[in-house]
Structure formats: structure tokens, C-alpha cells
Design a protein around this ligand. Structure first.
Ligand SMILES: C[S@@+](CC[C@H](N)C(=O)[O-])C[C@H]1O[C@@H](n2cnc3c(N)ncnc32)[C@H](O)[C@@H]1O
Length: 322
């Protein structure tokens, strides 16, 4: 594990945090506050926020990926301040994890999806550009791999998931080809799956600007990691905690807590947009940003990953005076 012992740059970490200035402007970190980073990744956002927390503020870091969590924890610790609390696991259980430690968040950030280091690592099987085993798990220590999912799911379920999570118009044809192909030999590598999808596209492959396998890979990654289930659970936990804060009851969200979420595709952004609108309509939170903030041209040109990022942010209201 390559953990940093000194302050390091985003370039060295292998992942450039998106919308960093916009995140800092939305979260407004102050000394002594508790910052909960639900997707610590390579610690880019976390190191910048932690620098504003002073000696008494507390960073709390979550990640499904043990190697990323260790890296981010060491990076944030090297930036000074208190030793971060590190939680290896899904942000779906943020409420339970914080409450069991008696912690209450003044700021929450979720920068969804995967880090550049994960997609660049052929052994993780996340990219059709790199030949590797079809794993795709963000936590390689648990759960079913993409190869296992392709081997066991019914044609109907495969079609449903490729259609729903990839918004892939050829989902049914791709699912049928997966089932026909696995009857001959198991689909074990990224290259096998990418070729199969390209063949399913036939002559249409040339018409698309995107690699034909883009949507199918996204869909499988979302399914393998239950990404929509985790986001749903997080948004539900925020809603319940904000209600308790509003009622003056103990909660893992402090009055005035700022919550920022960055999504990278329309399925994520739709859920976040709706959940934040519901919080505002029920008087549990106020707007920090009106609508979604996207990267400017300079950032988009320098970091292709930033092109699809959408940041939304709200502030949890304090107890009602009524
Ligand atoms: C986009 S990266 C975060 C990058 C980070 N903000 C930075 O500046 O380095 C997303 C990270 O979230 C992690 N992750 C994805 N889903 C998660 C979940 N449900 N719970 C915890 N971590 C998750 C991934 O393993 C990955 O390390």
C-alpha cells in the first residue's frame, strides 16, 4: 500500500478532485467542525477541507475500497490536524456508523462513483480500454464480481439491468448475446465483454462517438456495487436525520450541516435532485446552490472526468421554533 507520509499533490495521488473550489464554497469549512467524506477516494477533497478544520476539527472518512481509504487517511493525517476517523464500508450505513461513535456531521460530501486510480488499474476490470478480469467491485474483499453476475443472471435480468443502469437501447440484444456466448465459454475478461458488445452493435458501432461498450460497462459496475441502492439508502438516512434535527432530537446531522453530493450520470443526479427538493419542500433544509453546478471550460478541458460532474448542495435547518 503506497501511503503518503507528507502532504502530496493531486497529480501524485492519481486522482484530480472535481469541482474542488465549488465544493469548498458550498461546504464553507470552519475550524473545529466535523467533516464527513463519504467517498474519501484519494483524499483530494478531504485534504483541502481538513486544512480548514484546524487542530480541533475532525475529518471522518468512508470508502468501500480499503486501499483508497488507507491512502486518503494517511494523506489527510499528513495535512495536519486531528487523526481522521476511518470507516471501511458503504456510506449506506453512515447514520449507524456515526451514531455508534457519538459523532455529528457539520459537513457531508459524497463524490460518487470511482476514482481514476481504480479505473486505471486493469486488475479491477472497470475499463473496456484495459484488458483484465471482469471484477468491477469497488470493495474487492466482498460481493459478487461482474464475471459471476454475467455467469448467473437470467437473460431477462441482464437485459433489465443493462437497460436501466446503462440506458442502453440495445440492452435486450446484448443480453441475448451474453447468454449465447456464456453457453460456449464463460465471459471472464473486459476484452471478451467489450468485443461481445461491439458485435451486438454491428454496423452501428461506427456511427456512435462513444465506445459501444460504455453503457454496458457502466450498467454492470452500478449493479455489481449496488450503487443506486446505496445512494437511495444514503438519501433516506439524510431525510430521517434532517427530520430529527428539525424536531430538536439527537441526529447525526448538526443544525446548519452542509451536504454536497456530486453525481456523474443522470440516474444519480435525478435521485439527488429529487431528494434535495423534498428536503426543501418539507422545510428541513435550505438551498445552498440553486440547481446543479457543473465544471467550467478550463476544468472540463483539463480533466475529462469533470465533464459529467454535477454538484448539488443543501443546508440542514435547525430545530423549528414553532
Ligand atoms: C470519485 S472517487 C472520490 C474521490 C475523492 N473525492 C478525491 O478527491 O480523491 C469515489 C470513491 O468512492 C468510493 N465509493 C463508491 N461507492 C461507495 C459507497 N457506497 N460507500 C463508500 N465508498 C464508496 C470509491 O471506492 C472511490 O474511492
Amino acid at each position: 500500500m503506497n501511503e503518503p507520509k507528507r502532504p502530496i499533490s493531486d497529480g501524485e495521488s492519481g486522482h484530480v478532485p472535481v469541482l474542488l473550489g465549488e465544493v469548498l464554497a458550498a461546504l464553507q469549512p470552519r475550524p473545529s467542525e466535523t467533516y464527513v467524506d463519504l467517498t474519501a477516494g484519494r483524499g483530494g477533497h478531504a485534504a483541502s477541507v481538513a486544512a480548514a478544520l484546524g487542530a480541533t476539527g475532525l475529518p471522518v472518512l468512508f470508502d468501500l475500497d480499503r486501499a483508497n481509504l488507507d491512502y486518503a487517511t494517511a494523506r489527510v493525517a499528513a495535512a495536519g490536524g486531528r487523526t481522521p476517523v476511518a470507516v471501511h464500508g458503504s456510506f449506506a450505513s453512515v447514520g449507524r456508523e456515526l451514531e455508534s461513535r457519538g459523532l455529528c456531521a457539520d459537513m457531508v460530501l459524497a463524490d460518487l462513483g470511482f476514482a481514476s486510480t481504480q479505473v486505471d488499474d486493469a486488475a479491477r476490470g472497470l475499463s473496456f480500454m484495459r484488458e483484465g478480469p471482469l471484477d468491477m467491485r469497488l470493495d474487492p474483499s466482498s460481493g459478487m464480481t461482474a464475471a459471476e453476475l454475467l455467469a448467473s443472471a437470467s437473460e431477462r435480468d441482464l437485459g433489465d439491468l443493462i437497460s436501466r443502469y446503462g440506458e442502453e437501447p440495445l440492452a435486450r440484444r446484448i443480453a441475448a448475446n451474453i447468454v449465447a456466448s456464456r453457453a460456449i465459454a464463460p465471459i471472464k475478461t473486459t476484452a471478451q465483454l467489450a468485443d461481445l458488445v461491439r458485435e451486438s452493435y454491428g454496423s452501428r458501432a461506427h456511427a456512435s462517438r462513444m465506445h459501444p461498450a460504455t453503457k454496458t460497462f457502466q450498467a454492470l459496475r452500478i449493479a455489481v456495487n449496488d450503487e443506486m441502492g446505496a445512494l437511495d439508502a444514503l438519501l433516506d438516512s439524510i431525510q430521517r436525520a434532517a427530520q430529527r434535527t428539525h424536531d430538536g432530537r439527537p441526529s447525526w446531522l448538526a443544525p446548519g450541516a452542509r451536504i454536497a453530493i456530486i453525481g456523474f450520470h443522470s440516474l444519480e443526479d435525478r435521485l439527488v435532485k429529487q431528494a434535495f427538493a423534498n428536503l426543501r419542500k418539507s422545510g428541513l433544509a435550505s438551498e445552498i446552490l440553486s440547481g446543479a453546478v457543473v465544471a467550467n471550460e478550463t476544468e472540463s478541458a483539463a480533466n475529462p472526468r469533470a465533464r459529467s460532474a454535477k454538484l448539488r448542495a443543501v443546508m440542514v435547518d435547525g430545530p423549528s421554533k414553532a
